[in-house]
Design a protein around this ligand. Structure first.
Ligand SMILES: [Fe+2]
Length: 100
């Protein structure tokens, strides 16, 4: 998790403040965290089930659903808007560099 946080910090360092490119990068970084959480809660929920701890399995399952929901929401935001805007920023930068 520390590595994932470091990666997000480097995205901030390497991108322009307020840019869609930064947002697109941060969405991917956030999704990596969600996937880490999904693997952890999913694995633990299965373990609790195997051990016969139904109450624990239910609780971990609820958290797992919340993490999956967060991941889907981030995908939606990226696909519906941010990625396209970030791509446009890249195209504008390329045009500006060609004019110089
Ligand atoms: Fe999460």
């Amino acid at each position: 998790m520390e590595g994932l946080i470091k990666e997000a910090e480097s995205i901030i360092e390497e991108t322009e403040e307020g840019s869609m490119t930064r947002d697109a990068g941060l969405i991917i970084a956030a999704q990596k965290v969600e996937h880490y959480e999904i693997a952890s809660y999913g694995g633990l929920a299965q373990l609790a089930k195997t051990m016969g701890h139904e109450d624990v399995k239910e609780l971990l399952g609820q958290t797992l659903s919340e993490e999956k929901g967060a991941d889907e929401l981030l995908t939606e935001i990226a696909e519906n808007d941010i990625n396209w805007q970030a791509e446009q920023e890249g195209a504008e930068d390329k045009e500006n560099n060609e004019e110089e």
